[in-house]
Design a protein around this ligand. Structure first.
Ligand code: SAH
Ligand code: MG
Length: 212
């Protein structure tokens, strides 16, 4: 079942980094996971302005479940002033710090997904340390430095239910194509642990199934 066309337009209109074909693949993988494990929620780590969140929220709605969207909303390293992916319109003039939460709320509101998508605002590592709910679908697209990626692997992947799905963004096995941590700190350990099996890949989006 493809994403509703109006919601897809909303996703594409949102600020963010998810290409259309990868968003569609994310949606399809989440719908499949939600159908296989009815009643279990989805988790997204790294929402930014809610672009990928719309594809995932649409999938959650189609499956009759919900999506927890975890982000401190202060931006990753590469979103800060002076870096490649900095957007000055996302700086809060009061604090001078990045704040993507207002834009995220607008995106989710305008997509009509406020009864499906719940923002969890905080550091991923600390939220994960207090998390206890198994999920049908986990999407990791948070901090892409070595430590945050390793923390997301350690903190979140144990909460994927058996038979559930782990999707990882920005996975580049070839170092000339992009940064290494999502591949080295998340994808490789997931597969090497024997707990996850690769299922498919679309661009830099890799989908794995929990098998152990
Ligand atoms: N999935 C989004 C893009 C996410 S960008 C899309 O495709 O549209 C990465 C996000 O991870 C940023 O919003 C940043 O604030 C968040 N992030 C980075 N490190 C984090 C951490 N340690 N805890 C919580 N959020 C973090
Ligand atoms: Mg990404």
């Amino acid at each position: 079942m493809p994403i509703d066309a109006a919601l897809r337009s909303r996703a594409l209109a949102a600020t963010g980094f998810m290409p259309a074909d990868e968003g569609d693949a994310l949606h399809a993988a989440a719908v499949e996971a939600g159908a296989a494990l009815p009643g279990l929620p989805f988790v997204e780590v790294g929402s930014y302005c809610g672009r990928s969140t719309v594809w995932l929220g649409a999938a959650a709605r189609a499956c009759g479940t919900v999506l927890f969207a975890v982000d401190h909303h202060r931006g990753s390293e590469e979103n800060q002033a002076g870096w490649e992916h900095h957007d000055p319109t996302l700086v809060d003039p009061r604090t001078g710090a990045m704040d993507t939460l207002p834009r995220f709320r607008d995106t989710i509101h305008d997509a009509g997904l406020e009864d499906v998508v719940f923002a969890v605002v905080g550091q991923s590592r600390l939220v994960a340390a207090h998390w206890a709910t198994p999920s049908a679908f986990l999407f990791i697209d948070g901090g892409h430095g070595e430590q945050p990626a390793a923390d997301d692997y350690a903190g979140w992947t144990p909460h994927v239910a058996m038979g559930g799905t782990l999707a990882i963004h920005d996975v580049f096995s070839d170092p000339t194509e992009g940064g290494r941590p999502p591949y080295e700190q998340i994808f490789r350990p997931a597969v090497d642990s024997g707990r996850f099996q690769p299922v498919s890949a679309t661009g830099s989006l890799h989908v794995l199934r929990r098998v152990g």
